[in-house]
Design a protein around this ligand. Structure first.
Ligand SMILES: [Zn+2]
Length: 78
């Protein structure tokens, strides 16, 4: 079993949802295979997956759905 490069925790294969900033837009990518650290939650991706994520960020395919994202300001909330 692999170990997390950050904390040395156990790493497990999982399918995750990734949020990515592309310019000033937020892009959410679902069904991303990743190795997830069970201790700190750090996600690592295979070189293949990383390449696919980069392609998506570059070519922005038609979204399957859109979601509403709440935005808060730390200044306003204080
Ligand atoms: Zn970790």
């Amino acid at each position: 079993m692999d170990r997390c490069v950050f904390c040395g925790g156990d790493v497990k294969e999982d399918i995750v949802t990734l949020d990515l900033r592309v310019g000033n837009r937020l892009l959410v990518i679902e069904d991303v295979p990743a190795e997830v650290c069970q201790k700190c939650g750090e996600k690592t991706f295979s070189p293949e997956t990383t390449k696919m994520i980069q392609e998506i960020a570059r070519y922005k395919p038609t979204p399957i759905k859109e979601i509403c994202v709440p935005v808060v300001s730390l200044k306003e909330a204080a």
